[in-house]
Design a protein around this ligand. Structure first.
Ligand code: MG
Length: 353
């Protein structure tokens, strides 16, 4: 049978990866066992399942930093996700790790983000007694809500990497949300930071909040000037500083995904600079507060009238608060704004959607 030879060949290629790479043949598996695909490894199959979800498509109208941007070149959650996937594949390939696992986790990592980015997340966290975190919601979307409420039955390694892709403010590499169990998961977490710091700088320049000369001197000194140079410097440094992940060279150094100490300091400084000048800037905050009020308004509406929740966006056996949160967090910015406007929420006026 010719088709099965494809799978044999793919599995043989995985054997050539680093001894520290994750292999689909030794995956911890899925919640329910499935017949293998003849032409794809398990991680390739997960990647395709994520890509074909409705939740993935909705990322195109969800905020990264700037809410419902009227201009075409601003980053959205979708283009952010694609950039993370590309950075992750480059680093994974550079270290001879499993590119397919990194790609699958990268495509799914932000799929649980609600409308209005972190503002939407904060709003829902204040509405639910158990709180709300986009990384946990990403796992929930992939594992429970998609596939008509059955979940996608993804591999353990992909779900683990999605759950632990989140970072705390202080340090890109701090383990506030847990350390991914695979190096590919660590690659995704690092690639997320590399991607967003860089494209958020571009967007902030585009929005007139900062210009290139405002960036910290250390960034220009260590990473160079301009978007392409910064992005390239961070990716190259991550590959070089994580070389032990290849299994080549000094066997005493632990395989871990990291930056060199200098670059780690600079990357965290850049991130902190972005918090102060962009993410927490008055005007950004003002828009974000408005977005939060829209999300709370919608949550409250659907908590009171759960019959209005469209089928397929929540689980009917769940408490109404949970159902409302699942429904509202699935909305795009523009859907949330239009719906809230229709329902009479004054904060939803004034956005051009
Ligand atoms: Mg992200």
């Amino acid at each position: 049978m010719k088709l099965n030879q494809v799978r044999e060949r793919l599995l043989a290629r995985e054997e050539l990866l680093s001894p520290h790479a994750a292999r689909s043949a030794t995956s911890r598996g899925r919640r329910s066992a499935e017949t293998p695909s003849p032409v794809r490894t398990e991680y390739q199959r997960d990647r395709d399942r994520i890509l074909h979800t409705k939740a993935f498509r909705r990322l195109k109208h969800k905020t990264q930093v700037f809410i419902a941007p009227a201009l075409d070149h601003f980053v959205t959650r979708l283009t952010h996700t694609l950039e993370v996937a590309q950075v992750a594949r480059t680093i994974a390939r550079g270290l001879n790790l499993n590119e397919d696992l990194a790609e699958a986790a990268a495509l799914g990592h932000d799929i649980g983000h609600g409308p209005f980015g972190h503002a939407g997340e904060e709003a829902l966290a204040e509405c639910l007694p158990e709180g709300f975190r986009h990384n946990y919601q990403s796992v929930r979307v992939l594992d429970r809500l998609e596939g008509d409420g059955r979940g996608l039955n993804l591999t353990f390694e992909v779900l683990d990497a999605v759950e632990k892709s989140s970072k705390v403010r202080e340090d890109i590499f701090a383990d506030g949300w847990g350390v991914p169990g695979t190096l590919e998961g660590q690659v995704v977490k690092t690639s997320d930071a590399i991607a967003y710091v860089n494209h958020d700088i571009l967007d902030a320049i585009r929005a007139g909040l900062i210009d290139e000369d405002d960036l910290p001197d250390s960034s220009h000194r260590v990473l160079g000037r301009g978007h392409g140079n910064r992005l390239n410097a961070l990716i190259l440094d991550a590959i070089e500083a994580s070389w032990a992940a290849t299994g080549e060279g000094d066997p005493s150094s632990a395989p871990v995904i990291q930056f060199s100490p200098d670059v780690r300091t600079v990357a965290n400084e850049l991130r902190e600079f972005m918090f102060q000048r962009v993410y927490l800037y008055d005007e950004t905050r003002h828009e974000a507060e408005r977005g939060k009020r829209v999300v709370k308004y919608l949550f409250e509406h659907f908590r009171r009238f759960p019959a209005g929740i469209s089928a397929g966006f929540s689980l009917t056996g769940d408490p109404v608060e949970r159902q409302a949160a699942d429904y509202v967090s699935g909305m795009t910015d523009r859907y949330a704004i239009r719906l809230a406007r229709e329902l009479g929420c004054p904060d939803a006026n004034g956005w051009d959607v």
